[in-house]
Design a protein around this ligand. Sequence first.
Ligand code: RP5
Length: 170
Amino acid sequence: MAELEPAARVGIVCGSRSDFPIMEKAVKVLGELEIPCELHAISAHRAPDLLLHFVGKAEERGIRVFIAGAGGAAHLPGVVAAKTILPVIGVPIPTQVAGGLDSLLSIVQMPRGIPVATVAIGGAENAALLAAEILALSDASLRRRLQARRDAQTRSIEDDEANADLREAP
Ligand code: RP5
């Protein structure tokens, strides 16, 4: 019998397939941390009914955190946040018009009462790590994997040959 795919814990959604090169960085980090996720392109403007359907069904399908990326008039993360009390992490997509500052301001300037935790322009990796930290609050095994990743990151800097003369430092 074919094994069932584990249910996605992180729902990643973005406004266009043109956002995939950025959002796939989140998919990669979540994969490395063994967190099942799914990635969709559903524009809040072009397909609002499908987006609301996706958000409305997500929790019963196992999703616990959303990562939402959009560029320009980047309303998607805010619309997702308006329809769920699961945490929403917004990723401003870089744009040609204003380098992504337009996306950043659209996502970060949420009205009081509806939060979106916004990462840096193009910061999909940090969005994935933040989603992992949220899930790790109730998952001890994931917490260990996250800590190991953090420790390896620290070691890679300490072991960098360019820092060899500092190795005696405490
Ligand atoms: C936004 O418009 C999307 O998130 C994307 O960043 C931007 C451009 O979309 P396309 O015209 O490439 O589909 O909704």
